[in-house]
Ligand binder design. Structure first.
Ligand SMILES: Nc1nc2c(ncn2[C@@H]2O[C@H](COP(=O)(O)OP(=O)(O)OP(=O)(O)O)[C@@H](O)[C@H]2O)c(=O)[nH]1
Ligand SMILES: [Mg+2]
Length: 222
């Protein structure tokens, strides 16, 4: 079951840098808006509820290296819950989203995490995203609480706004960088992302890639 706007086929670029990414989280937190902002650079105030899932693809260039992201935006509504699990299989990266103005959506992250553990790879690159920072005045989820959750669950935490575009690109950039750092064939080769993000042998990326991005800009890259 898919949104009519989506393709049913995942794209295989025949490239070792193809990364399957799945977004999950409660309904209304902004998963589709995040993907729309990232893929099409648009924001729609009246997005339709996702039915089943929606598929999108986008290449990212970091330094000289190209990555192809196959992005599965799953439905947060309860009635589609059992369907969402089939998209976790073979996912290299997962993004659990919540709405910083909705405490309940944050509390539900633990349930999404458990489901991912049941059906996804144990090595999945996990990111937790607190979306809607443009509504800071209505925030009910404390930054410290979300950061602690991320620490306890060994993942990166980013706050974003699909509306303003804040940190949206960073979500996907840091996934590519972590992927590259984990990938044995990359580690065995010369540093391939020299002019962009350096390979980080200790794999201890800063949760916010703005820092990395500014290093990038200083190098005159991309
Ligand atoms: N103010 C604000 N509104 C947002 C933001 N992101 C999404 N929204 C709005 O939140 C509502 C729900 O967004 P969706 O992207 O459809 O949420 P979803 O998580 O995909 O929901 P499901 O498809 O039901 O799982 C829409 O009205 C969006 O316009 C944001 O960053 N800021
Ligand atoms: Mg949606």
């Amino acid at each position: 079951m898919f949104d009519s706007s989506s393709s049913t086929e995942s794209e295989d670029f025949g490239d070792q840098n193809t990364i399957k990414v799945v977004l999950l989280g409660s309904t209304g937190v902004g998963k589709t808006a995040i993907v729309d902002r990232f893929v099409k650079n648009v924001f729609n105030q009246n997005t339709k509820v996702t039915v089943g899932s929606a598929f999108n693809t986008k290449p990212i260039k970091i330094g000289k290296q190209e990555f192809h992201l196959n992005i599965w935006d799953t439905a947060g509504q309860e009635k589609f819950h059992s369907l969402a699990k089939m998209y976790y299989r073979d996912a290299v990266a997962a993004i659990i989203c919540f709405d910083i103005t909705k405490q309940e959506s944050f509390l539900e992250c633990s349930r999404w995490r458990s489901e991912l553990q049941e059906s996804g790879s144990p090595d999945i690159l996990l990111t937790i995203v607190g979306n809607k920072t443009d509504l800071e005045g209505s925030r009910t989820v404390k930054l410290e609480a979300a950061e602690k959750w991320a620490q306890n669950n060994d993942c990166v935490y980013l706050e974003t706004s699909a509306k303003s575009g804040y940190n949206i690109q960073e979500i996907f950039d840091q996934i590519c960088v972590r992927y590259a750092n984990n990938n044995q064939s990359w580690e065995n080769s010369e540093k391939k992302i020299k002019r962009g993000f350096e390979l980080n042998e200790k794999n201890n990326l800063s949760p916010n890639t703005n820092q990395l991005r500014s290093t990038n800009e200083k190098d005159g890259c991309c």
